[in-house]
Write a new protein. Structure first.
Length: 345
């Protein structure tokens, strides 16, 4: 028996063509498309403005491979972590992070990860596959629903900082963002979306060429090649010089500030030399450094630096006119914080 096709892999035009070919009117495709994306329908049964006969025909030809939130955990600080089951029974995780003024969805782009950062729990899972655009979209819809239910407000921001390296699943991530920002999808502003990458120079340039409107964050952690390679081995292939050149290109094309995500670890990158290297790396374009609190993944090698090291970073960056914030971790008690996803669930 032929396997049914996932209907959300079709464009609106292809849906219109399908109906015409099957003796119906093209506008029926628009109706179904709206059910699939704007209304996030999980079955053909709920498409009430379409005849039973047409719904049966859709059922015979297609499936809707929607995600299921298998398990939802709530942290003492309000953070929510979803274990999301995909149609092939693989699991990814996504997180809702609430503050007084907004709610942020942290979404995954791969099952496992293509890269091998030593300090990240997700990197210990081999990459099983890329997520499809609809699977990324569904994570956002689920978190938007939770945001409305538990915090009485719609989702305001999205960060691609969950499991996986978004730029290693470039086409699907961009398609998902197009759907999320389209008036025919969720209609969110691209300025409220941040794609966080460990730094794939070629893809950063490609994004710049495509004039994307979302924000870029780079998971940097060291501006000294030897140190960065020791904690993020792929840096041997994508060196800091290549990364910097790609980011210069990005800034020239988009005029958009770059955010660096940076964890300071004891005995790894907590000296004056490390801060000075970061300052000189940041100098070529307006940037902001997020110093992130480290969340241990039980192996002892990586330990959060002492406060005085963090203070040295903050004062040196500020003295050099670089915007810096210290981000306290959220959802640590449910392993929902940065770098912990897939650690224990």
């Amino acid at each position: 028996m032929e396997k049914k096709k996932d209907i959300r892999a079709l464009t609106k035009e292809q849906l219109r063509e399908f109906f015409v070919k099957n003796g119906d009117k093209a506008f029926r495709g628009n109706q179904v498309y709206e059910w699939l994306w704007q209304k996030s329908a999980h079955s053909f049964e709920v498409m009430t403005n379409i005849s039973k006969q047409t719904r049966d025909m859709l059922e015979a030809n297609f499936v809707i491979n929607h995600i299921k939130v298998d398990q939802m955990q709530r942290s003492s600080d309000g953070t929510i972590k979803n274990a999301v089951r995909l149609h092939d029974d693989l699991i990814v995780e996504s997180v809702l992070i609430p503050t007084k003024t907004r709610t942020t969805a942290c979404v995954s782009s791969q099952v496992g990860c293509s890269l091998d950062c030593k300090f990240c729990a997700t990197a210990r899972l081999k990459r099983m596959r890329n997520l499809n655009p609809d699977e990324i979209y569904d994570q956002v819809v689920a978190i938007d629903n939770e945001s409305r239910l538990y915090f009485d407000k719609p989702l305001s921001n999205i960060v691609f900082m969950g499991m996986g390296e978004p730029l290693m699943n470039y086409n699907n991530v961009l398609k998902a963002i197009q759907k999320i920002t389209s008036p025919e999808g969720l209609g969110m502003s691209p300025k409220r979306i941040t794609v966080s990458t460990s730094g794939v120079p070629k893809m950063i340039k490609k994004m710049a060429d495509e004039e994307v409107k979302f924000k870029l964050a780079v998971s940097l952690h060291s501006a000294i090649d030897e140190i960065r390679t020791s904690i993020m081995p792929f840096n041997a292939t994508f060196t800091l010089a290549d990364l910097r050149e790609a980011l210069q290109y990005w800034y020239a094309k988009t005029n958009s500030r770059i955010t660096y995500e940076y964890v300071v670890w004891q005995g790894i990158n907590d000296t004056k030399k490390d801060v000075d290297a970061l300052v000189s790396f940041c100098k070529f374009a307006p940037s902001k450094v997020n110093l992130i609190e480290y969340n241990p993944i039980d192996d002892g090698i990586f330990q959060q630096a002492e406060n005085k090291a963090i203070e040295m970073y903050v004062s040196t960056l500020e003295k050099n006119g670089i915007v810096v914030t210290v981000r306290r971790s959220r959802g640590k008690d449910i392993d929902a914080a940065c770098g912990q996803l897939a650690n224990k669930s």
